[in-house]
Write a protein that binds this ligand. Structure first.
Ligand SMILES: [Zn+2]
Length: 159
């Protein structure tokens, strides 16, 4: 079946094989843009603090995800580019299911002084270690090479 053919029997499967061009532009939003502009100039992160429930949102948001309070310009905070490993796994295959030469330690990191977390790659040769609870810090690319994307965080290292 192709795009041009009409489906007349609802019991037949609706699929077709082929290639379809799909280009995406995914903006990071107002809060995300402020976060990444800050990251291009500084060696720490930005978070937002809800004035009602005091939750510190990371990644920063314009509204509290718990109580929907609007975040004002005064609610932005600098927080360290550091955190604690909440959980992790050792990835041996890439997104295309191909075996990688060097396995990667992918971790969910609770960001210091916030109630939020982010994913990161821990750079370590020790794949058998339990990283849960380990203190880590982000290693950022040199300021002059930063692009204002997540790629500015090169990796995380255990402190
Ligand atoms: Zn709140």
């Amino acid at each position: 079946m192709t795009f041009g053919e009409k489906q007349t029997d609802p019991t037949t499967p609706m699929h077709w094989r082929g290639d379809m061009q799909a280009d995406y532009f995914y903006p990071s939003g107002l809060a995300g843009e402020k976060f990444f502009r800050h990251l291009m100039q500084m060696d720490n992160f930005l978070a937002t603090r809800c004035s009602t429930c005091e939750k510190v949102l990371f990644p920063p948001r314009l509204y509290c995800e718990d109580c929907f309070t609007e975040i004002t310009d005064n609610d932005w905070r600098e927080v360290p580019a550091a955190g604690t490993v909440k959980l992790f796994t050792v990835a041996t295959r890439n997104a295309h299911s191909e075996k990688m030469e060097q396995p990667k330690i992918v971790a969910l990191i609770d960001i210091e002084r916030t109630d939020g977390a982010m994913l990161g790659i821990i750079k370590s040769q020790d794949l058998n270690k339990d990283y849960c609870g380990a203190k880590v810090r982000a290693i950022l690319s040199p300021r002059e090479k930063r692009e204002g994307t997540l790629k500015d965080i090169l990796y995380w290292e255990v402190i």
